[in-house]
Design a protein around this ligand. Structure first.
Ligand code: DOR
Ligand code: ZN
Length: 345
């Protein structure tokens, strides 16, 4: 077994950078691990149109380290007021690469999201026409639905009808967490792909809830049963180009995570590559890692694959307990206090 791997420089097709002072930390971290990142638009206020995206892009640019060719790929936040004109304008900007759908109320900063997809079909038609993918947080927004069933309910009630109505719309089902999502993606046409996070490949709901609650493993969609994790890792390591990296690295200050009402999100910007390598190795599938991290996402988005490389070495290391964040706050990385087996050189 090889102790060193040189692979295409990875991209991250789903990351949260937040805004303003947070960017001082999140942008250099993202730039250390990834060449390009799809930047989520659930800032406060959200990124709703071309002007917002251009202004946010400029704020991010200020924090890209000297000499780095890191590239933020911007997204719009779909609201009930999004119009086909907004889509055309965003596409014309050249910096907006996708549109994100948050069902209203499902997660962090999603109150401006959408309750009825039907009204937005003209917007989806326009996205299909101009070639902007729809990125979906696939959870039903009805609070009555059990939190462990929300992904499946969304797929049945919203996603299947949408894909059937507009099969030319490119869709990424983000951070999938169930075997049902894997089955949907496999059964859909080639316009449908999915991202997978490190935490959903490595952990299940026991990891979150058994032997003490682990706030730093709390994210949305929530970790599921082991049979679901197994379906996810099988999909990720299958070599099927529909499944690719999207860390969902989501910074929340330690005080907001370790709280009586803790925020959802795992911060993995600096550890995700190591986590994915470990998950793939456990499946004896290190030969599939490069394409998952560095090829399939670019192909799906119609962008060139990166030509630069990174080298991973098999070497035990422990991430820092925390990183400084904002004023007097900290970010706790996914994998804090654990020994990780692969290190980026
Ligand atoms: O765990 C999550 N955190 N899931 C999301 O969908 C949003 C994200 C965030 O923005 O913190
Ligand atoms: Zn996210």
């Amino acid at each position: 077994m090889s102790n060193q791997m040189t692979i295409t420089f990875p991209d991250d097709w789903h990351i949260h950078l937040r805004d303003n002072d947070a960017l001082k930390t999140t942008v250099p971290h993202a730039a250390q691990s990834f060449k390009r990142v799809i930047v989520m638009p659930n800032t406060t206020p959200p990124v709703k149109n071309r002007q917002d995206a251009e202004a946010y892009y400029a704020r991010i640019q200020k924090h890209i380290p000297e000499g780095s060719d890191f590239q933020p790929l911007m997204t719009l936040y779909l609201t009930p007021d999004t119009t086909p004109e907004i889509i055309e304008d965003a596409k014309a900007s050249g910096i907006v690469h996708a549109v994100k759908l948050y069902p209203a109320g499902v997660t962090t900063n999603s109150t401006a999201g959408v309750s009825s997809l039907k009204n937005l079909y003209p917007v989806f038609e326009k996205m299909a026409e101009v070639g902007l993918p729809l990125l979906i947080h696939g959870e039903a927004s009805d609070p009555e639905i059990d939190i462990f069933d929300r992904e499946l309910t969304f797929i049945e009630q919203e996603l299947k009808p949408l894909h059937a109505a507009i099969p030319t719309l490119r869709i990424v089902l983000e951070h999938i967490t169930t075997k049902d999502a894997v089955e949907f993606v496999l059964g859909a046409n080639d316009n449908v792909g999915a991202t997978l996070t490190p935490q959903h490949l490595l952990f299940n709901r026991n990891s979150l809830l058994s032997g003490g609650i682990k706030p730093h493993l709390y994210c949305l969609p929530i970790l599921k049963r082991e049979i679901h994790r197994q379906a996810l890792i099988k999909a990720a390591t299958s070599g099927n180009p529909k499944f690719f990296i999207g860390t969902d690295s989501a910074p929340h200050a330690q005080s907001a995570k370790e709280s009586s009402c803790g925020c959802a999100g795992c911060y993995s910007a600096l550890t995700a590559i190591s986590h994915y390598a470990e998950a793939f190795e456990r499946m004896n599938a290190l030969d599939k890692l490069e394409a998952f991290l560095g090829h399939y996402g670019a192909d799906f988005y119609g962008l060139p694959r990166n030509t630069e490389t990174i080298t991973l070495v098999r070497e035990d290391w422990t991430p820092p307990d925390s990183y400084p964040y904002l004023e007097n706050e900290h970010l706790i990385p996914l994998g804090a206090k654990q020994v990780l087996k692969w290190k980026v050189k």
